[in-house]
Design a protein around this ligand. Structure first.
Ligand SMILES: Nc1ncnc2c1ncn2[C@@H]1O[C@H](COP(=O)(O)OP(=O)(O)OP(=O)(O)O)[C@@H](O)[C@H]1O
Length: 230
């Protein structure tokens, strides 16, 4: 379970103080697929950065699996407990897909099997990347293929919590559907918690829970399509 308690975050813009998160609290349960929605500039990426340990709130607490993610736990949390998927994929372009995933397996303290390459192929197969594609340099792959590899890379350290920021922002509708199917499967079949920031109605429709970030706070949207002002 990922729990946020009274998070506050703001910045100064000239003489003005702007608040992005205001006593923001929420609980994300294990094994569910969440989407975070909200108007442009409402702070979704900022919130995700805080949840993924890339930025820190000014006050408040983040708890994961009963442990508070304090400054001295951040390194462990980022390295061993979470994976992140970005809109721009952020893969290493001169390496192949399989090398990107294998490299991620060396960047964790979690126990990794000796046959890393085989496990990496299996992980890529799970997200629909066959061997011939896994062995191509990233620069020779489509955006959809790169995003699948980025998802496999995020899972490589055997983590249970995946964050994604606009993961389908650069993809066409058919490819978006494929990525949604992968996220659904990760939650349903493999018990992963998937938290996705998105403007896409399609992605949000297929999530287990839609959460709106508005006026610095998160609130659950009712399952029946509530109008979104994103
Ligand atoms: N440290 C900072 N200094 C100045 N401005 C900041 C800082 N952090 C965030 N902002 C501003 O806070 C607002 C929220 O940004 P954020 O990217 O989190 O919003 P968002 O909801 O993800 O937006 P979008 O949907 O357009 O991607 C933006 O106006 C951004 O420019």
């Amino acid at each position: 379970m990922l729990k946020l308690v009274n998070l506050n975050y703001g910045y100064t813009d000239g003489a003005n103080r702007r608040s992005i998160l205001q006593d923001c609290s929420y609980t994300f349960e294990d094994g569910r697929f969440y989407t975070i929605l909200g108007p442009s500039g409402s702070g979704k990426t900022t919130l995700l950065s805080i949840l993924a340990g890339l930025d820190s709130a000014e006050s408040g607490e983040v708890w994961y699996n009963g442990e508070q993610i304090t400054a001295n736990r951040l390194y462990h949390y980022r390295r061993n407990q979470i994976g992140i998927v970005f809109q721009q994929y952020n893969l290493i372009n001169y390496l192949t897909g399989i090398e990107n995933v294998e490299l991620a397996m060396t960047e964790t303290d979690n126990a990794m099997p000796k046959n890393r390459r085989e496990i990496a192929y299996a992980l890529l197969e799970k997200v629909g990347i066959v061997r011939s594609k896994a062995e191509r340099p990233i620069s020779k792959l489509s955006g959809g293929e790169q995003q699948r590899i980025a998802i496999a890379r995020a899972l490589a350290a055997n983590v249970d919590l995946i964050f994604a920021d606009e993961p389908t922002g650069n993809l066409d509708t058919a490819t978006e559907q494929e990525i949604i199917r992968i996220f659904r499967q990760l939650a349903e079949e493999f018990g992963k918690t998937v938290i996705v920031v998105t403007h896409s109605e399609t992605v949000s429709q297929f999530s287990d829970e839609r959460v709106l970030l508005e006026n610095g706070q998160l609130r659950r949207l009712s399952p029946a399509a509530e109008a979104i002002t994103a």
